[in-house]
Design a protein around this ligand. Structure first.
Ligand code: HEM
Length: 160
């Protein structure tokens, strides 16, 4: 990992213009000058926090993993005296979460692979076929009975 320079908050605060714009996020010093026009949230929001600690603003938006990895691309230093709590390190936290998500997904897949398929739900098994045959035969039988009754009553009328 590339060594980063340490900056005080006071030093960072002097980079607060459209041609020289730094923000501090999660203890990282980010030079967003070349990112201002690219920021999907607009340059105005970045300029509002220019030269300041924007950790809370950044988190509040719920930026994606892609956005978090952009922090590393534009990082120019670290904030002096910043105490990195695991959850405060926005980019690192996102990496940790990736691993955690992958692990969780792996587990879920294993569980799904071993999940038993219950007989009752599967219409293609033998029980399903028997049920289908009864469903077909019962209405047919009823139709035959009705037909037979109508015929027999007509014949009775004809000869009475
Ligand atoms: C250097 C720091 C920053 C980077 C690299 C960055 C990057 C991004 C990226 C890639 C997106 C697209 C959505 C996503 O992937 O999450 C985004 C959206 C956004 N960002 Fe940032 N951002 C930064 C700082 C900030 C700050 C400090 C604020 C607020 C003060 C902010 C406000 C927003 C907003 C409001 C959106 C949503 C835009 C929309 O969906 O219309 N961003 N940002």
């Amino acid at each position: 990992m590339e060594a980063h320079q340490i900056y005080t908050l006071s030093q960072i605060s002097s980079h607060n213009g459209v041609n020289d714009c730094w923000v501090a996020i999660g203890g990282k010093v980010i030079d967003v000058t070349n990112f201002l026009q690219e920021h999907p949230g607009g340059d105005v929001l970045l300029l509002e926090v220019a030269g300041k600690d924007a950790t809370q603003d950044f988190k509040a938006i719920g930026h994606s993993k892609g956005a978090k990895s952009l922090l590393l691309r534009y990082q120019v230093g670290v904030v002096e005296g910043f105490e990195a709590k695991a959850e405060e390190d926005v980019a690192a936290a996102s990496k940790d979460r990736d691993v955690a998500e992958e692990t969780a997904t792996g587990k879920a897949t294993q569980t799904m692979t071993g999940f038993p398929i219950e007989d009752g739900d599967d219409k293609s098994n033998s029980h399903g076929r028997e049920f289908g045959l009864i469903q077909f035969l019962v209405p047919l039988l009823i139709a035959c009975l009705v037909f037979w009754y109508r015929c027999s009553s007509t014949i009775t009328e004809m000869f009475s």
